[in-house]
Design a protein around this ligand. Structure first.
Ligand code: KET
Length: 398
């Protein structure tokens, strides 16, 4: 029946994790997948999540299907986290939010929704972007294009070229934007650049589709939502998929959401209805346990304060590892510029290493990063940052 199908080559990121796990070398370092590891190199269970789960277990009770759009309290908490509790768009009923199976599930539901209701639209993603964006949208039947983004010569954003491209797009084109902590580059638009971008999105009647997977890992929870709130203030209709995988360290619980900020409550109701229908025909309804974790951590004042503190600690540890790697590399390779480790934000840094250099790091030094040259800084700790610096210096310097 299926002898004709193409063997799946595997996902480049997850295949690398499998290779890392199989590597017997004790000094191996995993800087590949976008997961936060703590100082001990372990995937943490946050105390705020642990306490929320204790409350969930104590509360016991049945586990009925959730509604297609997910848990109401979770959806309300997501809107307040993204927009700020007092944003007028919430009170006006302009926001349609579904709880989703991770933000990946949200991104996919949004893509299928857009293909149904904007069938002629094409999608533009940043060059480069998260590997899975392209395959998600192609899987929904879209033609996927790129807009200029990362400038390898400066380590910044090709902002003028980005705007020039967006100014050529047909109305209703879908523009995927990283709200903060760009994956894979760690290079974000400044607030001034967002303020300059929004009028172009409006003039061209484009559909911004934001991906916010690392809220709190840039400058802070509210600071990292600047783009979301500026777009909501602008009155443009836009979508945003957000994730709690990293910020609550609940990767396998699949905690995410998809929101549409619409022109008015009537449009939001229409969008919510069709999002519900789209969910029904993909996974029918989202997971209950993930809703209970998210709604308790965000909704309970004590757990919320504890979570914000734990998220700040993760952010600060990543910043410390950026500084540590930077300082060792400039000492090992005087005269070379590693400032990008300090200017880039979030979990990732784009090292500019070639695929061949990445292969050498893995093969000769057991240091794993993806072949684009992206490293997950959260994989560094005080026990492995020295040998990572030595390995990078050996590869770069030779
Ligand atoms: C930008 C972005 N969006 C969505 C996701 C998926 O989030 P979730 O809510 O768990 O479905 C990831 C995961 N990125 C890391 C892991 C992966 O590739 O899935 C990564 O880039 O390594 C992203 O980096």
């Amino acid at each position: 029946m299926f002898q004709h199908i193409t063997p799946y080559a595997g996902d480049p990121i997850f295949a690398l994790v499998d290779a890392f796990n199989a590597d017997p070398r004790p000094q191996k370092v995993n800087l590949s997948i976008g997961i936060y590891f703590d100082e001990a190199g372990k995937l943490p269970v946050l105390d705020s999540v642990r306490h929320a789960e204790a409350q969930i277990v104590a509360a016991d009770g049945p586990k009925p299907y959730l509604a297609m759009e997910g848990d109401a309290e979770t959806r309300k908490q997501v809107q307040m986290l993204l927009l700020g509790a007092d944003h007028p768009a919430i009170a006006a009923g302009r926001v349609a939010t579904i709880q989703s199976v991770g933000s990946s599930g949200g991104l996919k539901v949004g893509a299928d929704f857009m293909k149904t209701w904007l069938p002629e639209a094409q999608v533009w993603v940043s060059d480069p972007t998260w590997d899975n964006h392209r395959s998600m949208f192609e899987g929904s039947g879209f033609q996927v294009n790129t807009y200029p983004y990362y400038d390898a010569s400066t380590g910044g954003v090709r902002f003028d070229a980005m705007l020039d491209t967006l100014r050529t797009l047909p109305a209703r084109s879908i523009v995927l934007l990283h709200a903060c902590c760009h994956n894979p580059t760690g290079v974000d638009l400044t607030r001034a650049q967002w303020d300059a971008l929004i009028p172009v999105l409006r003039e061209r009647e484009l559909l911004p589709y934001l991906d916010l997977a690392y809220q709190g890992f840039g400058d802070g929870i509210d600071e990292d939502a600047y783009a979301v709130r500026a777009l909501a203030d602008s009155g443009i209709t836009f979508f945003i998929a957000n994730s709690f995988s990293k910020s609550m360290s609940v990767y396998g619980e699949r905690c995410g959401a998809l929101s549409a900020v619409c022109a008015d409550a009537a449009e939001a109701a229409l969008v919510l209805g069709q999002l519900r229908y789209t969910v029904r025909r993909i996974y029918s309804s989202p997971p209950m346990h993930s809703a209970r974790i998210v709604s308790r951590v965000l909704g309970d004042a004590e757990l919320r304060a504890q979570w914000e503190g734990e998220l700040a600690a993760m952010r600060e540890r990543i910043a410390a590892m950026r500084r540590a790697l930077h300082d060792r590399l400039i000492a090992l390779l005087p005269g070379r510029d590693f400032g990008y480790f300090l200017s880039q934000r979030g979990m990732f840094s784009y090292t500019g290493l070639s695929a061949a250099q990445v292969d050498r790091l893995r093969e000769e030094h057991a240091v794993y990063l993806i072949r684009s040259g992206r490293i997950c800084v959260a994989g560094l700790n005080t026990s492995n940052v020295e040998r990572t610096a030595q390995a990078m210096a050996a590869v770069i310097g030779s």
